[in-house]
Each structure stands twice: as structure tokens, then as C-alpha cells.
Design a protein around this ligand. Structure first.
Ligand code: KIV
Length: 289
């Protein structure tokens, strides 16, 4: 997928699928899936680092995770979040953050809101970097919003949202995330814009959907917002596997004879490689038989 494909997909009425991803091994799974594109969201401050909000994400943190995702999913279009305040301290700081994320392997950056930084959005786009907007519930403003609440519930708020969406489009954004807004509002904004909207908690009348990897895979038990569909209970699957491993270790059932080297094989491995075999991804492999 290239940045132009976002517009093409909207124009052809094809939905865009996006998933967050933060690390190399998950990126390898996404790379082998049909998902169109990846968001290295600042939600990683919560999902990967255990912070209570996204405010703790830093540019260095975002770049580290973006680089890992880029190594795991080199064929996917990657959008990386500009973290809290990184685009509110003037143009130079904003461009330094953009530079870091793009050098780490992002193909585009995403930022929240537009009030007070439309010029910065324009400058980033004019510098050759695609920008995705983000309106509605903007988690970096959680303290102003008074919590993670559905937005644009009054006609005045809908007017503001629509005008901010137009402003982002005019500033050159290639797409806009709409988070936690009523179905009718998302539809209205989507119809208003030429560029695609990607919804999360925004109902079906948008041009694409984005969800958090851990939420989709049931790795965040207890987190059950109305908009979320959990596609697999991976938490339990992994826990069951870990407990089975624990039982086998403690009972002596693991490792078995076929999972152990005998003298002859040990000599063969050493003779062939001169060192223990590696699988090229950093983990040692056990040679079969
Ligand atoms: O950081 C994130 O994961 C996001 C999505 C929820 C859109 O911004």
C-alpha cells in the first residue's frame, strides 16, 4: 500500500483496514496478514509500557517501536504517532520529531487535533511527509476532555468537528482518524471530506477502521468498550500454553529425548558450523533429529 491508495480505496468504495502494532514479532504476524496498514500508535505507552495514558509516550520511544515494526513488516504502510506535545513546541521541535519517526521507518505521521498547529501540518506535508489527522476523542487531550468520552454529542460540537476536519484536509492530510464519535456524526464528516476517514468507535459509515492489536486479540482482558470486537482470546491461549510448559518442566516431561542432542549430533553441529546453530533471528535452533 502507498499513500495514494488511501484515496483510491475511498474513491472505489473499498474499506481500509488498519491495526496498531508496536514490536517486531507482532509486526511479522501483521506482515503475513491481509491488513492494509499499520499504526504505531502512542497507545503503546499504555499497551507496551503500562502507563495509564498516552501522555508518557516520547519521540524516542515512538522511534524505537517504529523501527522494530518496520523490520518486522517491511512491506506494510506504517503510520507513526507524533507523541504528546512534540508538535506544540514550535516548528523546529516538530520537524525533529517527524525526522526521527521517518528515519525509523515510518511512511507517514499522525497527530491529534488542528487548533494552533494547522501551519505545522502544512509544513510537514510540504516537506514531503504524509500526515494523518486525528479528531473526536483525542487521548493526548484527556485532561481537557475530562476522560475518555464519546465526543461531538451536541450540534455545536459537531460543527467544530466538521470545520476542523475540513481544516486538516485543506492543510494537506491524506486521511483522518475519527475516534469515538456518534455514527451519524462520523457519516456526516466522511461525506463532507474528499480524503478518507478511519474510524475507531465511529460506526460503520467511515472509509476504514483501526483497532488496537492487543484489544482485537483479547490480550487486554477487562477492556470492553462498546465499539470493540475481540476476535480471539489470545490471553487465555498463551496462558494455557505457558502453564502446560510449566507442568512439563516440573514433571520432567520436557525436554524429551527427541528434544535433546546426543553426542553424535553435537559433533555434527560443531563440525558443520564451528559454532552453535542460529536461525538468523537471534534465537538458537535445535536441529531436528
Ligand atoms: O494511539 C493509538 O492507538 C491511536 C488509535 C487508537 C487510533 O491513535
Amino acid at each position: 500500500m502507498k499513500v495514494q491508495d488511501f484515496q483510491k480505496m475511498k474513491d472505489e468504495g473499498r474499506k481500509i483496514s488498519m491495526i496498531t502494532c508496536y514490536d517486531y514479532s507482532s509486526a511479522r504476524v501483521v506482515a503475513d496478514s491481509n491488513i492494509d496498514c499499520i499504526l504505531v500508535g502512542d497507545s503503546l505507552a499504555m499497551t507496551m509500557h503500562g502507563y495509564p495514558t498516552t501522555l508518557s509516550a516520547t519521540t524516542a520511544m515512538m522511534a524505537l517501536h517504529t523501527a522494530a515494526v518496520a523490520r518486522g513488516a517491511p512491506g506494510k504502510f506504517i503510520v507513526a504517532d507524533l507523541p504528546f506535545l512534540s508538535y506544540r513546541k514550535g516548528l523546529k521541535d516538530a520537524m525533529d520529531s517527524v525526522h526521527e519517526l521517518m528515519s525509523a521507518g515510518a511512511h507517514a505521521v499522525k497527530l491529534e487535533g488542528v487548533r494552533g498547529h494547522a501551519e505545522i501540518v502544512r509544513h510537514i506535508v510540504d516537506s514531503g511527509v504524509p500526515v494523518m489527522g486525528h479528531l473526536g476523542l483525542t487521548p493526548q487531550s484527556v485532561h481537557v476532555l475530562g476522560g475518555m468520552k464519546v465526543q461531538a454529542r451536541t450540534s455545536a460540537a459537531v460543527k467544530v468537528l466538521a470545520s476542523e476536519a475540513r481544516e486538516l484536509e485543506t492543510a494537506g492530510c491524506f486521511a483522518i482518524v475519527l475516534e469515538c464519535v456518534p455514527v451519524q456524526v462520523a457519516r456526516q464528516v466522511t461525506d463532507l471530506l474528499k480524503i478518507p476517514t478511519i474510524g475507531i468507535g465511529a460506526g460503520p459509515h467511515v472509509d476504514g477502521q483501526v483497532l488496537v492489536y492487543q484489544d482485537v486479540l483479547g490480550l487486554n482482558p477487562g477492556f470492553k468498550p462498546k465499539f470493540l470486537r475481540v476476535y480471539a482470546n489470545t490471553f487465555e491461549v498463551i496462558q494455557t500454553a505457558l502453564n502446560a510448559y510449566d507442568v512439563d518442566v516440573k514433571s520432567g516431561a520436557f525436554p524429551s529425548e527427541i528434544e535433546s542432542y546426543n553426542d553424535l549430533e553435537a559433533r555434527r553441529v560443531t563440525k558443520r558450523n564451528g559454532h552453535p546453530a542460529q536461525n538468523g533471528r537471534g534465537s538458537r535452533i535445535t536441529l531436528a533429529s
